[in-house]
Design a protein around this ligand. Sequence first.
Ligand SMILES: C[S@@+](CC[C@H](N)C(=O)[O-])C[C@H]1O[C@@H](n2cnc3c(N)ncnc32)[C@H](O)[C@@H]1O
Length: 268
Amino acid sequence: MTEVSQTESAVVKQCCANIYGSEAARYLLGDSFHPGGLRLTEEIGLLLSLGPESLVLDVASGKGTSAIFLAEKFGCKVIGIDLSERNVTDANAAAASHGVSSLVTFRLGDAEALPFTAGIFDAILCECAFCTFPSKQLAASEFERVLKDGGRVGISDITKDKLSIPGLDGLLAWIACIGDAQSLQRYADWLSSTGLVIQVAEQRSHYLREMVQGIRSKLLVAEIMIGLKKLDIPGLDLGKAKAFSSAAQEAIAAGYLGYGIVVATKNS
Ligand SMILES: C[S@@+](CC[C@H](N)C(=O)[O-])C[C@H]1O[C@@H](n2cnc3c(N)ncnc32)[C@H](O)[C@@H]1O
């Protein structure tokens, strides 16, 4: 499903924002909500040629972990936008506790309608979120619009090379970034259709394998702790989460599901 009605689109976006603001997401994923964590963020930061002079937009910045890391690592200024109010509040608090509030700020915003004037960012980062946007075409056009000439965009995302994968359909799949995940080539095509020029399009699927393994271990611990009444994670349906992660593991092993990066430039 690549195009949805406006009502469906609003529901999907809000569900996604609520889930990724929740305790359950933090328990299962930690602070960095994408495969590869900050190792992959650093790799993309290097491909984006970030430095102290760069103004970076982190689209769908989650808890702010990547944006704060980029400011600390490369000295750049970063603005993060996210649809979840809770994430924006937590991310601003995290920037303050890292002492980087002068470099990094977070605000509410929708990737499909970026709240910025044209041509102001040197770089855009979008990690594990592009595939959840109901209109990827709109989001790609927005990326191109707010980039300066010569600016670069780097996305990392779940890749899917089979239309439907058993056990990985429905709203949960969409929120877990799987439902509307696409092939690496499709992501590259969306960016290049706006005039951006593709520099890199490569798989990094081992990071997804690691992440799903980590989630499965945490679910096992959670099951024991919840049974002993030593843990309560509101919003976590253990049975569904276990079945879902097992289906994901099989799809990764079969090569249908993966993770990849695309970097593109806005040529003047
Ligand atoms: C899988 S998390 C990734 C968060 C972060 N990029 C990271 O890697 O840690 C997806 C994020 O996308 C945000 N999101 C979903 N749809 C969005 C939209 N249309 N505009 C902005 N943020 C959105 C969610 O609130 C969530 O924080």
